[in-house]
Design a protein. Sequence first.
Length: 123
Amino acid sequence: MSTEETESILQSVQQDRGYSLEMHRIMAEADLEWVKKYNDFIDATYTGQRLLDRKTKELLQVVVEAALRADQDQIQAHIKVALREGATPEEVLQALQAVIMPMGGLAFRRGVQAWAAETGFKF
């Protein structure tokens, strides 16, 4: 059963990151103390304001996750946040295009599929 604290942490994850994954719920249920520490790390490196703005960090997340061949829905989650943070669909696509050589064609394909699904691009 979920506690109020667990639900509060999960709501915070959704609000701060703009998405939540099954992993977040599993870990919150299994080891809430670890999730709290993980959230502090995420704030320091990803969601918190530093020199790079959130839009730039999301574009980086999109291309890294595409390069690592993450699940399409995970890449889409970051595209959605990048768009929310002011990136245009064209900027997201150009970020993917900029790294096609080092990440490879298969990873690029998955990234483009996520981009098309999230932006509603019809072909």
